[in-house]
Design a protein around this ligand. Structure first.
Ligand code: PLP
Length: 429
């Protein structure tokens, strides 16, 4: 290639919006008249093609899925709830109510909204999570070196899998447990061992059965995922149940206590697992700012564990995995105790509102301590979900959790719950 052609190639990438590290001087965007000239020049350049020196004939159709790791071949991407804009465009409805992804109906703390102005002034700088770690350490009474920040707590679950799971190893979790556990387990080639949940007539129907989970542990088990409370069931485990389980589990197996909804739980017997870290060095507690802190859009979560395990997680963590706006918002949100209390109050009374509606209407439901409730609609829930969409209400069918007749409904504000209850009555009539 002569230098003219190289310039042509650089211009092509520049104008098509592809960034290039030329290894030479910094390339700056040209001014407007020059842009017009460059555009003409770029359009006159042929799209660059990679030429390879192939002598063998290449197959026309490559089945890339057969080339992926076996575990990944068997996975389905995580399905997020339907976006409001998409529903309104598709069905021509307005005033949509989204109760599908366990978000906080009160929104983010005003502290957080104010705090995000500052990092906006220095977006050119890579983020630094130190202040947030310091704040979390203070609030949680742990050391900074025990905390790992994640781009959502899902990111931390992924780090755990990459550190401790691989082909030939397995992770144990419960039937109906949070959908990300099979994804992170299988993605690294490990086996997912799924324990049957508690029976539907148990006091904690669909809940984690710790005995069944214990029975699945074998020599290849390296991680146990426990969601407390669990999504989508809203079921939970007491401190006594969990601690007697932990006493039995061999100490080299990592126990992940996923507490994405822990701030919502008002039960006295709910454990304070951070206190256990000293006695159980194999324990990792994960939490998030996506739920009660109302910062789901910013993607920020964290784990607390021994400094030794945190050091391992940090080895596989992407540098700067959490952005500066999320860090500022989360740090400020931790100070807003009033918002936290209000969120718990709204949720607790919303749960009661739903339980009462279920009882009045004869709908089966799973008692929940999260910010959502699973209602058994007694028929194919995907049809009921579609009917609710026509009422401009988005909830979550959970057939992918092997619960084809349940809908998971996020607890909203009183009037939002009332609107959803009325619509559900209508579509089930
Ligand atoms: C049980 C549980 N764990 C973890 C997460 C992940 O949350 P995030 O990645 O937003 O922190 C969720 C989100 O729905 C959840 O329900």
């Amino acid at each position: 290639m002569d230098s003219n052609n190289i310039d042509c190639l650089l211009l092509f990438y520049l104008l098509k919006g592809i960034s290039i590290d030329s290894g030479r001087n910094t390339i700056e965007l040209p001014n407007k008249p020059a842009m017009t000239w460059f555009t003409a020049l770029a359009n006159s350049c042929d799209t660059p093609t990679m030429t390879t020196d192939t002598t063998d004939k290449q197959p026309d159709n490559i089945d890339f899925s057969s080339l992926a790791l076996a575990g990944i071949q068997g996975l389905h991407p995580y399905q997020p709830g339907k976006p409001i804009e998409e529903l309104e465009r598709e069905l021509g409805v307005t005033n949509t109510l989204k109760l599908a992804s366990n978000e906080n109906p009160l929104g983010a703390s005003s502290n957080a909204l104010r705090a995000i102005q500052e990092p906006l002034q220095s977006l050119e700088l890579y983020p630094d999570g130190f202040a947030l770690k310091q704040k979390l350490a203070e609030v949680l009474s742990v050391n900074e070196d025990q905390i790992t920040l994640g781009n959502g707590s899902n990111d931390v679950l992924d780090l755990i899998a990459r550190c401790f799971l691989a082909e030939g190893r397995n992770a144990v979790f419960s039937e109906h447990a949070f959908a990300v556990y099979p994804i992170v387990t299988q993605a690294v080639g490990a086996e997912a061992k799924v324990a049957p949940a508690l029976a539907t007539d148990h006091a904690m129907p669909y809940g984690h059965n710790l005995n069944a989970m214990f029975d699945l542990i074998d020599h290849n088990t390296h991680v146990i995922f426990i969601a407390n409370p669990n999504n989508p069931t809203g079921t939970w485990l007491t401190a006594d149940e969990l601690e007697s389980f932990m006493l039995r589990v061999p100490k080299h197996i990592i126990i992940v206590m996923d507490e994405a909804y822990f701030e919502y739980v008002t039960e006295d017997e709910y454990p304070d697992t951070l206190q256990w870290l000293e006695h159980y060095p194999n324990l990792i507690v994960t939490r998030t700012f996506s739920k009660i802190y109302g910062l789901a859009a910013l993607r920020i979560g964290y784990s607390v564990c021994s400094a030794e395990i945190a050091d391992l997680l940090n080895r596989v963590r992407q540098p700067f995995n959490v952005n500066s706006i999320a860090i500022a918002a989360a740090t400020a949100a931790l100070d807003d105790i009033e918002q936290l209390k209000m969120s718990v109050l709204v949720n607790t009374s919303g749960l009661q509102q739903w339980e009462q509606a279920c009882e009045e209407n004869g709908w089966d439901y799973i008692p929940s301590v999260g910010n959502f409730i699973c209602v058994d609609v007694g028929r194919d829930a995907s049809q009921v979900y579609d009917d609710l969409l026509k009422e401009a209400i988005i909830v979550r069918p959970v057939a992918n959790y092997k619960m084809p007749t349940h809908l998971r409904i996020t607890i909203g504000l009183e009037e939002q719950n009332a609107r959803c209850i009325t619509a559900l009555k209508k579509v089930l009539a």
